[in-house]
Design a protein around this ligand. Structure first.
Ligand SMILES: [Zn+2]
Length: 1037
């Protein structure tokens, strides 16, 4: 499963003009839709600058407003229709019903909100049953055991072998009915069948001994909503080693939310069309059919879907036969699946069209999407790279893709970026459709990496499945790591694994994992409600960073061999992390190395956080250095989450690589395993002027600190000849220095001094690292009165490179993307910094480009900087530009363009417009559910909107929590996005008061939010003045 990536969100743009025009007013720094999208500072009024544009605008807008009115009316009409359909499907809640199959006792209520059709209420014999129930409960109490249905995990006495699932989808009222037949193997005799079922109405239940006529009598059945299970109590025990068939007939809603079997819609030729699609991971298959919904219960599935012939249906396997009926209905019977878990089972009912391709090994790959997107060819890029990637993985893993086909389905609405259902992977349109004529490199990168990720899961996750959710990081960490390896295969010059991995994964997750409220990457989970919690950036990014460190110290070819063994041994089965460690240890042994991988990795996966290594070299003699480790935390005042163990008790076995350098040369690296608090090591060839560098190429998951003398030597080296130090270490030094300073391990001036060498830096990565590391610092300062000093300092560091690189002149084409990724990304990064911090030329350029677009109605803005230009324009220019962008947002059909237009609207410094946007964001007809969160977060990043977004969030919390609460990842993204840059005592109080008064949900996110804001406030108190003092001095020198 791919979460919404934050990759593109680190771009700074904080347009701030240096005060010199009379027509300045206090205002903003507008920003591109990134984290940088804002900041405070004076900005130009529109008086002289855009007069010529203005007249044309007036005329143009008269027309556009009319168009907008028309669009709005259509939207309103459609929404009315949509609501009618929704209401029809919802129906009144039902009480228990009664079934009529033989052997069936009382029928249960649907758990949660019971859907289905009205039934008669048959209450015969209830008194007797209640008595029986009470007796049973007492019996369990006497035995001091929880009854099997009340335990957090399913009881182990039954195992599903095969499911026959027949569904009928009623798209006209968004309901479906189903009949499931589960073949069960009995491991221990029991009278109870306990399986998952949630939010459905069960009509009938029958149990029969396999292959024999005659049922086993069902005494009673009931739902137990606390554990989301359905219980069948039998009159006699099922016998060990016999196999039984359980048949359940049920019905449920095709929900208007994002989980289970849910619906969404799109408009084609002015007509709204609906589709139904599933999202079962991690615990939502139980909303679509009664099943043993834990990954360990692998079974085979044979699915049939009956639907109106105007739709088509898809599932994991290809259709075997279709049976048409005279009344316009058709039943598709799909081939049987191999052994698999429920969470990546899938189906869809839609009227999409497709294009297809075939891999060398004969796998048929199809991309299904709305017909207009298919016609435009928006899916062709994804289709093409999917074919190549299947070939890549088959070669890398030496295990063929296991199914005859793979369908990629592009849907308008989805809770995640994508989901790796075996053979039928589902993607939100913005993460798979791509129109090469209007997509930036960044967008192309996002699409590419999401596809690489989901394809990796066809092996890691689908073919070999983690035993339980505590190890979800295994599958997600691998898929995230392979995003970089797989993209390197497609674009060999991009060095994703060696370079961009650092900024986008390592640096990113160390921000999170440096909080005392973090958690181990392997975390225990029991309740269904907790399982969503494990899908967070710690699982994905820390998982990937640990895997990369492991590959680093094992050596890549041995690592690859180990993975091949692991997949071959466990295919079609399940595996836990120890299975992986054992296989990898064996692979190492085969090449004559002996490392107990389990022992090393347990420290990294079972402990939260990461170490900071301190290397002290200057006060020792005989080339002895002192290496110590401690847990890195941003706010050392925070009490440890686990009071039983202070931060002092954290220890890791750290594969520290180290090298010695002098003015023109760096030694080859040596590896030192550091496992104690403090160790002495002898380093040969350590001379007076030589410096030490740790964590070579940043392959390790930790930070490195040095004595000040060594930092100064490194800064000198960077200034005189930075190329002696590798690109990845240059980026690493920048990130470590900024974060060590933020946490108080290092004086505030060191990172700013390091930055000075950037005027000579021609590589993208160090600039990118600097830009990202500056971002939180910028947010800490952007509402302070001395902000200008900081702003001025950054502008000076950027100015010469901005001049050198200039603006892109032409649009990118495919071959250009391949050839000049590094150069174009560098230029983009520098333009973003320049525009964010108010480089005058950058502002003028952006304004000119926007004016040209408005007056000519032709968008000639270079693709790779469009987001920066839109945001800068909205921030600097008057309200007409906002309206223009708003209109374009409505009229464009290209998903990539729509997204950056929407984000640009958050860059305004007009609080009325920001408020208007916030209110519109909750209207699903205007802003897609999954995009509304981005709107709110981006407004919070804008210093002019931070308090608005924060207020809006508190006022609308109930609505937001109801909408996103179940997809916990979205909720936590929202909570952290809105709160992470609050940094005053007052805001901290507001946050704490709000948490006291709110009801339920997202507790983990809120405790993280409090810690983050406390750390912000603490930094302001302790270090802000130190930083400004140094800046003042530096600027006058
Ligand atoms: Zn994933």
């Amino acid at each position: 499963m791919a979460l919404e990536e934050k990759r593109e969100k680190r771009p700074p743009v904080t347009p701030m003009m240096i005060e010199e025009e009379a027509a300045l007013r206090n205002g903003s720094r507008g920003l591109p839709p990134g984290p940088w999208a804002e900041a405070a500072g004076p900005r130009p009024r529109t008086t002289e600058r855009h007069i010529a544009v203005h007249k044309r605008l007036v005329l143009g807008f008269a027309v556009s407003i009319l168009a907008l009115l028309a669009v709005t009316m259509i939207a309103v009409l459609l929404s009315v229709r949509f609501e009618e359909c929704g209401a029809a499907a919802d129906g009144p809640p039902r009480a228990g019903g009664n079934g009529s199959l033989s052997g069936v006792a009382r029928q249960p209520h649907g758990a949660g909100q019971p859907p289905g059709r009205p039934e008669e209420d048959a209450r015969g014999g209830e008194a007797a049953e209640e008595e029986e129930e009470e007796e049973e409960e007492e019996e369990w109490q006497r035995r001091r055991e929880l009854p099997p249905w009340a335990r957090p995990r399913l009881p182990r006495h039954l195992r599903p072998l095969h499911y026959n699932l027949m569904l009928t989808a009623f798209m006209e009222n968004f309901t479906f009915s189903g009949e499931v037949n589960v073949q069960l193997e009995v491991r221990n005799a029991s009278r109870y069948i306990v399986l998952h079922a949630h939010r459905m109405h069960i009509e009938a239940v029958r149990v029969a001994e396999d292959k024999l006529a005659g049922g086993v009598r069902v005494a009673r059945t009931f739902f137990y909503p606390q554990t989301q299970v359905f219980v069948v109590v039998l009159n006699r025990s099922l016998e060990v080693q016999k196999s039984y068939n359980l048949k359940i007939i049920y019905n449920a809603l095709i929900e208007n939310e994002l989980l289970g079997f849910f619906r969404s819609s799109y408009v084609l030729h002015g007509e709204r069309r609906f589709l139904g699609v599933t999202q079962f991971s991690p615990t939502h298959a139980r909303k679509a059919f009664p099943c043993f919904d834990e990954p360990i219960y692998k079974a085979t599935f044979k699915i049939s879907i009956r639907h109106q012939a105007t739709y088509l249906s898809l599932s994991n396997m290809p259709v075997e036969t279709s049976v048409f009926e005279e009344d316009g209905w058709v039943t598709d019977h799909f081939s049987q699946t191999p052994l698999m878990s429920t969470y990546y089972l899938a189906w869809a009912v839609c009227n999409f069209t497709y294009r297809e391709t075939v891999t060398k090994s004969g796998v048929v790959v199809r991309l299904y999407a709305r017909p207009d997107a298919i016609r435009r060819g928006s899916g062709d890029y994804a289709l093409n790279i999917t074919r190549r990637l299947i070939e890549f993985y088959e070669d890398y893993f030496k295990v063929p893709y296991s199914l005859p086909k793979l369908d990629l389905l592009a849907v308008p609405k989805h809770p995640y970026a994508a989901m790796e259902n075996w053979g039928l992977s589902v993607f939100v349109e913005q993460r798979i459709l791509l129109d090469p004529s209007i997509s930036s490199i960044l967008y192309l990168l996002d699409v590419t990496m999401v596809i690489v990720h989901e394809l990796c899961h066809q092996w890691f996750g689908d073919l070999v499945t983690p035993v339980w959710w505590e190890d979800v990081w295994l599958k997600e960490g691998f898929a995230h790591y392979f995003e970089f390896v797989g993209t390197d295969y497609l674009y060999p010059g991009w060095n994703m694994e060696k370079q961009r991995f650092l900024t986008d994964v390592l640096h990113e997750v160390m921000l999170l994992d440096g909080l005392a409220s973090s958690h181990p990457v392997s975390q225990e989970v029991q309740q269904a409600s907790d399982i969503d919690r494990v899908f967070d950036w710690i699982a994905y990014k820390k998982g990937a960073a640990l895997i990369r460190m492991l590959a680093g110290f094992m050596g890549h070819s041995v690592f690859q061999m180990g993975l091949q063994d692991y997949l071959t041994i466990h295919k079609y089965g399940s595996a836990a992390r120890n299975d992986l460690w054992n296989t990898l240890s064996k692979a190492l042994k085969r090449v004559g190395k002996s490392v107990n991988i389990q022992e090393v990795m347990d420290q990294w996966t079972l402990q939260m956080g990461y170490p900071v290594i301190t290397i002290l070299g200057n006060e020792t003699t005989d080339n002895i250095i002192v290496i110590s480790q401690e847990r890195f935390v941003y706010d050392s005042d925070t009490k440890p989450k686990d009071p039983a163990r202070g931060d002092n008790s954290y220890l890791w076995q750290i594969p520290l690589t180290i090298a010695v350098g002098n003015t023109s040369h760096i030694s080859s690296e040596a590896i030192i395993w550091v496992s104690n608090k403090s160790e002495h090591h002898r380093i040969p060839a350590l001379e007076e002027a030589s410096w030490l560098l740790g964590n070579i190429n940043q392959t390790g998951y930790f930070r490195v600190n040095y004595d000040i003398r060594n930092w100064k030597l490194l800064i000198n080296q960077l200034t005189r000849n930075h190329e002696v130090i590798s690109v990845s270490n240059r980026a690493g030094l920048i990130d470590d220095a900024f974060n060590l300073a933020r946490a108080g391990y290092l004086p505030q001036n060191i990172p700013l001094e390091i930055m000075r060498y950037l005027s000579e830096e021609k590589d993208f990565l160090p600039w990118h690292a600097a830009s990202r590391a500056l971002y939180p610092l910028d947010k800490l300062l952007d509402r302070t009165e001395n902000y200008n000093i900081f702003n001025e300092y950054i502008l000076r560091q950027v100015a010469s490179m901005y001049l050198k690189l200039g603006w892109p002149t032409n649009n990118l084409n495919k071959s250009l993307v391949q050839a000049s990724y590094q150069h174009e990304e560098l230029r983009r990064e520098v333009i973003m910094l320049a525009c964010s911090f108010g480089n005058k030329h950058c502002h003028q350029q952006a304004a000119t480009l926007i004016s040209d677009w408005i007056s000519s109605n032709r968008n000639r803005i270079p693709l790779n900087v469009r987001d920066i230009v839109y945001c800068t324009g909205v921030s600097l220019m008057d309200e007409d530009v906002w309206e223009f962008i708003w209109m374009k947002f409505h009229s464009t059909t290209a998903v990539s363009e729509k997204k950056i237009l929407l984000e640009a609207l958050t860059c305004s410094d007009d609080r009325n417009l920001l408020n208007r946007l916030l209110n519109l964001s909750l209207n699903s007809e205007v802003v897609l559910d999954q995009d509304a969160i981005d709107v709110i977060i981006h407004v919070a990043r804008n210093p002019h909107g931070r308090d608005l977004a924060w207020k809006f969030f508190r006022e609308k919390w109930k609505i937001l929590n109801a909408r996103y609460g179940e997809a916990l990842f979205m909720n936590s993204k929202l909570v952290s996005g809105v709160t992470e840059f609050l940094n005053t005592e007052g805001e901290l109080r507001e946050l704490k008061n709000f948490i006291k008064s709110y009801e339920g949900g997202a507790a983990v996110s809120f405790s993280r939010a409090v810690e983050t804001v406390e750390a912000n406030v603490r930094w302001q108190r302790l270090y802000k003045e130190e930083l400004f003092q140094w800046l003042r001095k530096s600027l006058t020198q």
